[in-house]
Design a protein around this ligand. Structure first.
Ligand code: PLP
Length: 417
């Protein structure tokens, strides 16, 4: 008899039978408030009727086309629709299935377009688990060590992570940009550097928002040296942060945007967007994949865009996000670290909110975060952790979450803490 890999068995005790909106129901019929959204994926809620209907219709029409043999209408329509929401000038799209694959595609394109080998990433980054994407990932050693060698040509510069440096944001940003200049001067010469890869909000790295000065600094250096600025919006895109793209908060101007997760409400689909002149640097056959741009996933993505627009989910993420962060700060104020562990910081953007646990000595406290996560789960609140030691408990509810459901989640959170 086959069994699940231990990696899967350990992950969660919840056996989901169905999902509806912000709730997952287990096989015993118990409701779990899902503040994970399948790691930021089911933004329109579980089984949104319009997404279900679009996918069902497409399943009965054409499941799989494959873009090297036949093109299909859902892929073309989705491309048109994404053109309406992408940053100006990013008018060419290429599709694969997951965030990691899209990161690989962006990395390959950046090297093809510039003829340069190196990539600069930022401390705390998470870009995926394929060997290439893992090589760009620095958020925790579990994502990098034990299966090397990783890809050469990756340089790491600091992210303006003010809380962990113990500085204000301005000082942390000045430091990060100065160190980036050092990296360009000593580790990865501009003439060898194809791209900067950066997340508008560090995701797995602990829910740390970037800022305008930092992204402007990256843009300036990219322009000066002919380096491409790749914004990994896999977790921050499609309204998650209270704006359509996370980088809009910080006046970011990307050359390539990487998207996945919230794009198709749970169907495996991801994309990169770039100016046509840049995308043309990829030669036929160098990018592709059997399942990329699947017709059912594309139909679900079109319905997802309709729902985001018609139900004003970006606006909802902004409003509910403020309520969520305010509520988390209230709980944190009652549980500040003192003689024992506590919540040292609450941060986030829109419906990406994290509470960081620290020991009495102020060190990252993954053990307490994990206990609180388990206590929340027992109360019917599904949560995830992130950060290098798993010390941040994060909330990423579906963007359809209501004010009442935010209150329900905060009540369970307060009990668990
Ligand atoms: N990039 C970011 C910012 C992510 O958060 C993730 C996944 O969490 C990825 C890339 C990788 O995506 P996937 O797990 O779909 O390969």
């Amino acid at each position: 008899m086959a069994t699940l890999s231990p990696v899967l068995k350990q992950a969660t005790p919840v056996l989901a039978a169905r999902g509806e909106g912000v709730y997952v129901y287990d096989e015993a019929g118990r409701a779990h408030l899902d503040f994970t959204a399948g790691i930021g994926v089911t933004s329109t809620g579980h089984c949104h009727p319009r997404v279900v209907e679009a996918a069902q219709r497409q399943v009965a029409t054409l499941v799989h086309g494959q873009y090297t043999t036949v093109m299909h209408r859902p892929l073309l329509t989705l491309t048109e629709r994404l053109g309406e929401v992408l940053p100006a000038g990013l008018d060419s799209l290429f599709y694969v299935n997951s965030g990691s694959e899209a990161v690989e595609a962006a990395m390959r394109l950046a090297r093809q377009a510039t003829g340069r080998p190196n990539i600069v990433v930022f401390q705390g980054s998470f870009h995926g688990r394929t060997i290439g994407a893992a090589s760009l990932t620095t958020s925790a050693s579990k994502y990098r060590s034990g299966f090397g060698p990783l890809m050469p040509g990756v340089a790491i510069a600091p992210f303006p992570d003010a809380f962990h440096y113990g500085w204000d944001e301005e000082t942390a940003t000045r430091f990060a940009l100065r160190e980036l200049d050092q990296v360009l001067a000593t580790v990865s010469a501009p003439a060898d550097t194809a791209a900067f890869f950066v997340e508008p909000v560090l995701g797995e790295g602990g829910y740390v928002p970037a800022n305008t000065t930092f992204l402007r600094g990256l843009r300036e250096r990219a322009d000066r040296h002919g380096i491409l600025l790749v914004l990994d919006e896999v977790q921050t895109g499609f309204g998650r942060t209270g704006m359509f793209w996370g980088h809009e908060h910080f006046a970011g101007r990307p050359d390539i945007v990487v998207t996945a997760k919230g794009l198709a409400s749970g169907f495996p689909l991801s994309a990169i967007a770039a100016p046509t002149a840049l995308m043309e640097k990829a030669w036929p056959g160098s990018q592709g994949g059997t399942y990329g741009g699947n017709a059912v996933a594309c139909a679900a993505a079109i319905a997802t865009l309709d729902v985001i627009q018609d139900e004003k989910l970006v606006e909802n993420a902004a409003e509910r996000g403020k309520e969520l962060l305010a509520g988390l700060r209230e709980v944190a104020a009652r549980h500040a670290p003192g003689s024992g562990p506590g919540i040292g910081d609450v941060r986030g953007l829109g419906l990406m909110a994290g509470s960081e646990f620290v020991t009495a000595e102020g060190e990252p406290d993954g053990a307490t975060a994990s206990r609180v996560q388990a206590a929340a789960s027992r109360r019917g609140l599904l949560l995830l952790t992130c950060g290098a030691q798993g010390q941040v408990v994060r909330m990423i509810p579906p963007l359809v979450v209501t004010a009442d459901q935010v209150r329900e989640g905060l009540g369970l959170w307060a009990e668990a803490v």
